[in-house]
Design a protein around this ligand. Sequence first.
Ligand code: ARG
Ligand code: ZN
Length: 882
Amino acid sequence: MLRTDDGQTIKLEDYRATDFVLHSVAMTIRLFEGRADIHTTLELERRKGVDAAAPLVLDGDELTLTGLALNGTPLEGERYDASPQRLEITGLPSDERFTLDIETTLVPENNTKLMGLYRSNGIWCTQCEAEGFRRITYFLDRPDVLARYEVRIEADRSAAPVLLSNGNPAETAVLPDNRHFAVWDDPFDKPSYLFAMVAGDLDSIHEQFTTASGKPVSLGIYTERGRATQAGYAMDALKRSMVWDERRFGREYDLDVFNIVAIADFNMGAMENKGLNVFNHKYVLLDPETATDVDYAGVETVIAHEYFHNWTGNRITCRDWFQLCLKEGLTVYRDQEFSADERSATVQRISSVRRLKAHQFPEDQGPLQHPVRPTEYREINNFYTATVYDKGAELVRMIETILGRDRFRRGMDLYFDRHDGDAATVEDFIACFEAATGEDLSRLALWYGQAGTPTVTVTEDYDAAAGRLTVGFKQTLRQGTAGTGTAPVHIPIRFGLVGPNGQDIDTASVHGANVAGDVIHLTEPEARVVFENLSERPYLSVLRDFSAPVALDHPQSEADRLALARLDPNLFNRWRILNDLVGAALTTASRAPSPEIQAPLTPEIIDAILGSAGDESLEAAFRAQALALPGEAEIARMLAENVDPDTVHAVVEAARRGVGKRGAALFARLHADRETGSQFSPDAESAGSRALASAALGYLAAATGDFGPAADQYAAAGNMTDRLAALTVLVHRFPDTPASTSALDDFYARFKHDGLVIDKWFAIQATIPSPGAVEIVAGLASHAMFSLKNPNRVRALVGTFAAANQLAFHRADGAGYRWVAERLVEIDRLNPQVSARIATTFRSWRSLEPVRRDKASATLRQLLELKDLSTDLRDILGRSLR
Ligand code: ARG
Ligand code: ZN
């Protein structure tokens, strides 16, 4: 048997409330070089009905206890039992409130896990979600224990002139020995995972915001010294987010201040601590010279996401970590809607669906699959997944599709009314929509408990004489590794019947199962819908806007698909149908013997792509999406078995050359027409034009083998978006040429002082599509700018290589697997969250052809045999092999 049984399994069904109720928390945090002393005063009370002899058991993690007192009197040793991961106290009062004073001491400088209190470039900061607070003090560290916090931070005035925590500032004063303190008071009860503290020598920018009801809020963004000038766009995105949440959901901000701190060493994207969001600085710091359009869009999204958590996550939190999607899925849905309103709704939807298919579908179709609401876990940090976040958002979106925008809003209003201040569950959430609208959502609710991607099969039968189209729908869900059931769910299918002129035909005369407006509600295993009075056969456009996270099996003729790719008034489906057609052709070619590889796409398909790309009535960003072929990992996922990454790569390359050759004139024009020299603006329209020109550049290079245009674009680039696009073409298409190496050297010389930009330099080299990339990344791992301790560096080099270099990671001799495995062991000793995350890149090993499959599984097995692996990494390896 595989040894995976070290950690204990936590189960949803075992949930019960704590024996003790927490009323308040007062903390004093004293910061010194090399040490932090934490004094926490808890006001507690035994819950009514709990056995008077029951001990209080507090969570800890690598803690050192230095003091313990009950109601002000130090506790005798026999009354408690303290270990680094647990503090148990007996003989506590049975029916009155009491206070516990707990003192701990830590070394933030040694905290390489970046959970709890740590130091990043001299700045003291915290990350507590999910279970980091227990690394600061012993506590009831779970999301259903809410309390009011008062926090006093003391530090040296020169090392830390800025002292921040949650809530509103209450008091500051100077102390002897060049020290000072600040007190922060958070009037909103919160769970410990939302606690935060930051202290350091920081720069900042500030603005005032007035809420819809006239309440002034001071906004601040704090950065390392010298970088506050890069925070302007984040501030702008924050203000737009605040306005949007008022207008769209009626949600106002609730404290006097809202602060954001940008930190260089950070495990995730960002964290929504009440009134004090802490960010990976990658999602705050921007300027045109160092950041791409994609980076700008990322900052906007993450700023909005964390801000929106103030209501969906903080005011209403989760009862337990199984309910993580309650805040994450809902908040991703909200940030997607924000981006759709701020930018182009169609293009936003396309990029959300691409992301879902690239990250969530493979997760849901492999051994790491789990329901959006899991029922058990060993390590909760491994459940911050695409399934919880992105599929979780899709489930909320389906509720909106089923109810319609207005009734959805009524359900949300009720949710905020009913559960403000609560630690809630998924059932609570769904009940609000049912209560507000009278709709039965029981079949929708089943989605939360079943892992796997359902397939919807669509059949069409047109009776010309009768003018009748009969459409059959069938849903199937294969039982997967997670064994979570396969009951039929509610699948809303947005649709249209498109006439030959590209107009939707009025579908008034419809009968069959459950059609409301433009949505077919599939709630049974099968359904049939009949459209009458048709004068000619229409094109059936289904799953518009990707109205459900399903795999679609709709055997439509190529002619129908090509027509829809040109005509569908639903622009999302124009893209989706074209993308599916291309994906199917590339998948077929990847299965077929080699002669076919020369031309995997028919001229008709290529013309459809070029037709969209050249259509000036469409937004540039949409046209760029039409040019983006499905990636190699996406083809591999669709192949599902016996995948040979070399063949897939050859097929995608051949397709790229085919499109490039046939569209050479268009691409030359699109590239020549690009805007140069003018002022950079990060708005969606300008970004779309740049994306289109860059796509054209890529095809030009693929078709002609000429590096000239890319070299020229690199030399003339006035912003990072154009520079990086050109560099990517040079390095990926013309590796080892003087043009490529001199551009790489130039890039390094320009930006060597800025780790965030050097991450792009690492990532570009990690994704060179050549077997030799294994040796390239191995060399870069000893580069002076690389550090195993910084998660951004590690993700840029190791993570990007494993996730985005199919050719080299899956090199047939197993060298790619071995190199990643060796790095995983090193990373795991420092930061288990990061090693576990990168290890998920092995998850699709079973779909590989036999030689690679054996090498990948042997690598995983050897890793799992090692002693001293973290629970995080062991959990991922064990589940990947199941
Ligand atoms: N709640 C944060 C967000 O969605 C993510 C924090 C995850 N942290 C972790 N250690 N797993 O923005
Ligand atoms: Zn979140």
